[in-house]
Structures are given as C-alpha cells and as structure tokens.
Design a protein around this ligand. Sequence first.
Ligand SMILES: Cc1ncc(COP(=O)(O)O)c(C=O)c1O
Length: 397
Amino acid sequence: MPFSGRVNKIGISPTMKIAAQAMEMKALGEKIIDLSVGEPDFPTPDNIKNAAKSALDLNHTRYTLNQGTIELRNAIVKKLKNKNGVDYLPEETIVSAGAKQSIFNAVQSLVNDGDEVIYASPYYVSYPEMVTLANGRSVVIKTGEAQNFLLTPSQLEEAITPSSKLLILNYPCNPTGSCYTKNELSSIAEIVLKNNLYVISDEIYENLLYDDKEFVCFASLDGEIKKRTVVVNGFSKSYAMTGWRIGYGAGPANIISAMNKIQSHSTSNASSISQAAALEALNGPQSFIQEMRLEYAKRRDFIYEQLKSIEGVTSHKPAGAFYLLPNISNYFKRSHQLFRIENSFDLAMYLLHEAKVATVPGSSFGAEGYIRISYSTSMENLKEAAARIKYALGNLK
Ligand SMILES: Cc1ncc(COP(=O)(O)O)c(C=O)c1O
C-alpha cells in the first residue's frame, strides 16, 4: 500500500457516495432535487464581484502577506469589534482559504498526540478527521432532539479527563441549526476556564440566525475566555462566497502565529482576489444578508411544517443555518420493492432513487437515525421535494 498511515486513518464520508450517485443520475437525465447542498443558492452580491474585477484590473495578482492583507485584517478587526463586541489587533487575526483551513490550522497548532478534543454530535463532518490528522482523540458528546441538540454543561463536565485539551463549538450548527443562548454559552465558558481547555468557536453561520435571536461570539463572553478561544468565521455562508475560498480566525497572538506558520508551509496566503472581494463584503452594504436571512426563514418554516405533517417523522425547529435534521428512524426495518431500510444511509439512498431527492444520511454527522435536509434551494423545489418525500415514505411498509 503506497499511502501513509495518516491518510489511511481518515475516510471519505458517505455523503460523497450519495452525491456521486445523484450526479450520475442527473447525467442520465433524471430530475433530482438536491437537498444535500451545504452552500447558499444565491449568487455573490454584485458589489463584491465588482471589487474582485477591480482588483484584477489593478493587477492585485501577487502573493499577499501570508496572514492576509492588512486592509482585510483591519476590516475583520472592525467587524469583530462593532458586531461582536470583542477587541482584537490585526496580528491576532489570520485570513485563510475558507473557515475550514482556519479550523484545520488551529487544530494542528493546539493538538498533541493523544490530546482529547471534545465536540458534540451531530457534528460538522470534518471535525473528526481534522482531529485524527493531528493525532488527537475525539471525545464526542451525543446530543439529541430532546436537548435541542445542544451540549449541556453537565455533559461537558462529565467528558473532561486530564487529557482534555480542546473544545470545538459550532453554532448555529451544521447539521442541526441549533444555537446557544448567551447564558448557555456562559455556563460552557465556566467549565472551559475551570479546566484550562482551549476552544475553537466555529461561527460560520453567525448571520443565518432567525426569529430575532441574538448571536453571541464566544470570545466576547469575557477577557479570560478570549485568551483561550480561536474564533473562526468566513464569507462562504454570510456572503454566498463558497467558491472564493475565504475565511478567517481570530485569537491570542501566539496561537494565530502558530496557525500562520502552518499556513506558510501549506497554502500560503488566501487568493489575493478573494481577499479584495472579502474586504468589500465587510465594508460594503450589508442588506444582502438580511434579504437572504428572510428568505431562508420562510423556507425553514415551510419545510419544517411539511416534515412535521409526515407520519413517523419528527423534527426540531432549527434556530439558524439552512439545515433541518428530522428523525426518520421510525422508517427503519421497513421495505419497498428492492429497498430494505436499516439505517440513515439506506433511507437517503431510497429517497434518492424513489423520490429523486438527494439528502445526507445522519451517520455522516455522527447522528444515526436522522437525515440532513438543506433548504438552500428554491421554494418551488422545496414544495416538490416535500411532496415526493411524503409519497416515498408512505410506500415503505
Ligand atoms: C460548520 C462549518 N464550518 C466550516 C465550514 C467551512 O466553511 P468554508 O467554506 O469557509 O471553508 C462549513 C462549510 O460547510 C461548515 O458547515
């Protein structure tokens, strides 16, 4: 076997298998409705695209500072101060090729062999593999609908051992949409401080929070927690910029400097053009976010009501992001023609073939018994998909 032990330790998620199958079916002319997407279905706003075009015309096509341009980092500092109420210096921020790279670099910077990294399930698919690649040990705390998929302080306390090093938080969460209140975050912060943990707070869905709920940046809770936290955020979801690959981290200067070192020997700076676009995203008009948020809120309400009306399906109402995670385990041990449903993967495959709707099995997020439905698609698609799902589930006996 030519590959390193490292690469052999990580897997390709089952998500990929469903996505590949969906793509094959689409190529064969089938009308698949894709509810497996993890990105906004809106185009990047024009002012941001125009900033990128100007940057090209001005020949801003060279390497930038590895850590990101000073203009962009100043804008990030301003955003963190004005929107989140937390003070950083530009040297306490780093721009990377997506939030994902900042999380990866932070994990690489903080985790030693055997260190325990705690996070809740359902989790974002890349956390386990990032921890594995750093030779850390994942300690996954299972949460369920009854607790609104939120980690409780007592669960966190119970999970802590002398090897605990890092806690990864993600709110609003992919795949559940759940989000912590300030009080809930404060209780978590107390335990973090008592046990000298570090925190990566993945706040990429900050702007997709509905019903006038207040978003609280973890580092803003107090000065001590800020010293132990790397806040990660980005442009993919807030400004519909997934393809631009641009995100950032903010944290204590020594951790950011470690992340910078790792980045300098892997990708170096994020794309200069994407950085120029991101600068406009932060400095330009913000009305796009509100428009997108209102549209997502409408879609969430619609699909939530639809799912609730299906016999045997239960769903929580997500506070944010653009996902729902209905519990479909009542359909296990049922069959239709050649299909036999034993788990969430089987059910997602069944929906793909019978309803022509692509979803993601909960097992990809450490949440067997659920499927993830993304409502980042048109209302028309959601209406059609809901009807097809209802019909296909009704055929399972
Ligand atoms: C929870 C979470 N964190 C991080 C990312 C990565 O975002 P980016 O496109 O900025 O790398 C995603 C993308 O799906 C996500 O859902």
